[in-house]
Design a protein around this ligand. Structure first.
Ligand SMILES: O=C(O)CNC(=O)[C@H](CS)NC(=O)CCC(=O)C(=O)O
Length: 276
């Protein structure tokens, strides 16, 4: 059975530093025999402000961070799922992207985050993602990878079951949520949401995560707990609060088929709308 690796990372506002950290993780994943590595949302950088994020965004084709990952994917013959930023068409906002680099180093799939994290919780956090980020307007159709059919989503998308159901309806076997959850919302909601998405979709769920403090001022901090959940809802990997680590796991698709056979989820679309 093919092996996969999931990473937990503390990105800073320096893409150069973050590339170095990611290259180490790629090396470790490859040495462990993984055919694919899942890296978190915003692996290229986490900026302390909207304006800083805008000024750091670089087109994929010329981004040293992306080119570095592509080269490493080729060298180690490993596929990479990773969250990154890119400027939008007119350069006024950034796109929050989840891209797939195949083991030849080519970017073959890309998904732009649909749901933006605009929250104002009195006791924190207060974050306005839409101030600097342009929302996407389409799914990326599930596609084959060394470990099964991948459905790409990002972080806050996790709170919208319809998005996962739509990808499942299109054939996803593995739902992936590269994330940078905040600490308070992570403590309250992270694991329960990931396990719910796995159970209700009868899919593997892979959620690479950012962890720790991203800037000196302490404005951005992430929850960690990068997690893999199997289609029965069992937590297979939980990377806790460690920084710069990977977890290795086997994606067992026979078990997925068994769960889908044993617990058929026949929807009552005569009563409520079908998610397509
Ligand atoms: O800012 C970047 O560059 C990277 N993007 C993020 O960190 C995003 C937007 S601020 N974070 C989330 O979606 C957290 C969701 C969350 O914590 C929840 O749903 O509870």
């Amino acid at each position: 059975m093919p092996l996969a690796a999931i990473a937990q990372l503390r990105s800073t506002s320096s893409p150069t530093e973050n590339l170095t950290a990611c290259l180490t993780l790629i090396q470790q994943a490859s040495a462990a025999g993984a055919t694919i590595l899942f890296l978190p949302e915003a692996s290229d950088y986490i900026a302390p402000s909207s304006s800083a994020s805008l000024s750091l965004a670089t087109p994929l084709a010329t981004s040293p961070f992306i080119l570095g990952l592509q080269e490493a994917a080729r060298q180690h013959s490993i596929a990479i799922c990773v969250g990154v930023h890119a400027p939008n068409a007119d350069g006024t906002r950034v796109q929050n992207l989840h891209i797939y680099i195949n083991s030849d180093g080519d970017i073959t799939q890309s998904y732009q985050k649909l749901h933006l994290f605009d929250v104002n919780i009195a006791s924190g956090p207060q974050l306005q993602e839409s101030a600097s980020v342009e929302p996407g307007s389409a799914f990326c159709d599930p596609f084959s990878s060394p470990v099964g059919k991948l459905g790409l989503l990002i972080c806050f998308d996790l709170r919208f079951p319809e998005a996962s159901l739509a990808l499942r309806a299109r054939g996803a076997q593995i739902l992936t949520y590269p994330s940078a959850f905040t600490v308070p919302t992570g403590r309250a909601h992270w694991e329960v949401l990931l396990r719910a998405r796995a159970v209700e979709n009868q899919c593997w769920v892979v959620a690479a995560a950012q962890v720790g403090q991203h800037d000196e001022e302490g404005k951005r901090r992430s929850y960690g707990h990068a997690m893999v959940v199997d289609p029965w809802g069992r937590v297979v990997v939980d990377l806790g609060e460690e920084e710069g680590v990977i977890g290795v796991f086997e994606v067992e698709l026979g078990g997925l088929e068994k769960v889908r056979r044993e617990v058929p989820l026949c929807r009552r679309t005569d009563v409520y709308a079908e998610v397509k």
